[in-house]
Design a protein around this ligand. Structure first.
Ligand SMILES: [Zn+2]
Length: 175
C-alpha cells in the first residue's frame, strides 16, 4: 500500500505566494514563500551543498543535493538576504540546518524565498523540477529516512501580488 511520506520539510514560513508552474506562469519552476520580517531558511533535507554563490538571476543562492533512499534530488534556495549564506560548496548540511535568511537579492521583487525541488540534478532548462509542496512536511529536525512526519497543515495560497511582477516581463496578457 502506498502512503505519502514527506521526506522534505518546509524550508521557511509556509505562506505560499506563487505556486509551481501555474497556467499564468508556466516557467515558474519553483514555489515562492513570502512573509515580511526576519525568516531563516533551512535545509529541506540532509545533503551536500553543490553550489553557494551570488547568481545574477537567483541572487544569493544555495543548491543542495540529497540522496534519499537511493533517489537523488536537488533543492534550490534563491534570493537570500545579502551576505546571509552560511554554507559553502561541499559542506554537509543536516535537515533543518539554517543556511541563510529570506531576502530580495537580484531578480526578485519583494522579499521571498524562491524554492525549487528537482527529481535528479538541477539543469539549465529545469526539466527535472517538480512541485515540492506535496513532498513537504513539518519535520522534527531529524532525518528519519522517510515517514515519521506529522501531516502538513493546509497550504495558504496568496493571490498574485507584488512579489510576482516577473509576470510583466514574461509578457503575460489577458487573464
Ligand atoms: Zn519563484
Amino acid at each position: 500500500m502506498q502512503t505519502t511520506t514527506h521526506n522534505f520539510i518546509f524550508p521557511t514560513v509556509q505562506r505560499v505566494t506563487s505556486g509551481f508552474r501555474p497556467p499564468e506562469r508556466p516557467d515558474h519552476h519553483g514555489v515562492d514563500f513570502a512573509e515580511a520580517g526576519y525568516h531563516e531558511i533551512k535545509a529541506a533535507a540532509t545533503g551536500t551543498v553543490s553550489r553557494s554563490y551570488y547568481s545574477d538571476s537567483y541572487g544569493e543562492v544555495i543548491f543542495i543535493v540529497h540522496n534519499i533512499q537511493g533517489q537523488i534530488y536537488e533543492t534550490v534556495y534563491a534570493h537570500l538576504r545579502e551576505g546571509s549564506r552560511r554554507v559553502i560548496e561541499g559542506a554537509t548540511v543536516v535537515q533543518g540546518a539554517v543556511i541563510g535568511v529570506m531576502g530580495n537579492t537580484c531578480d526578485s521583487h519583494g522579499q521571498h524565498l524562491h524554492f525549487e525541488l528537482h527529481l535528479g540534478r538541477w539543469n539549465d532548462n529545469k526539466t527535472n523540477a517538480i512541485n515540492p509542496l506535496p513532498l513537504l512536511g513539518v519535520g522534527d529536525g531529524e532525518d528519519e529516512g522517510g515517514g515519521g512526519w506529522t501531516p502538513r497543515p493546509p497550504i495558504e495560497f496568496i493571490p498574485i501580488n507584488r512579489h510576482n511582477t516577473n509576470m510583466r516581463r514574461m509578457g503575460v496578457r489577458g487573464r
